[in-house]
Design a protein around this ligand. Structure first.
Ligand SMILES: [Zn+2]
Length: 114
């Protein structure tokens, strides 16, 4: 004997449950709560809204963080993290190494596709 009704209940409650959980792949058009986005998404959003540009040259400076906000994720770069300074249209800006890497990868892709 199968327990038809209970199986049916489970199946019908599943979609509702899934809809209630926050989908991380939702939208990219978010300018607040940067920690809810991955670095790759922040890079894409930054390139789209003009905050970032396609990287050409490498960093002009590397060292411990100077507690300035990273241009990609806007989180302060702590003095026990490595910071890169990159020069762009608006002068040199600080960026986390991990953010720089993601930015670099995206820049390389964009440069090749154009
Ligand atoms: Zn960062």
């Amino acid at each position: 004997m199968q327990k038809g009704p209970s199986e049916g209940d489970l199946a019908s409650s599943c979609p509702a449950f899934a809809a209630g959980t926050p989908a991380s792949s939702a939208g990219v058009l978010v300018n607040e709560l940067p920690q809810s986005l991955s670095i790759a998404e922040l890079v894409i959003a930054g390139l789209a809204n003009g905050q970032l540009w396609i990287l050409e040259a490498g960093p002009v400076w590397a060292g411990y963080g100077t507690l300035k906000p990273c241009v990609v994720c806007r989180v302060k770069i702590a003095d026990d993290e490595i910071q890169y300074d990159v020069v762009g249209p608006r002068g040199s800006v600080p960026v986390h190494v991990k953010c720089y890497r993601s930015w670099r990868v995206r820049s390389n892709k964009l440069r090749r596709s154009t």
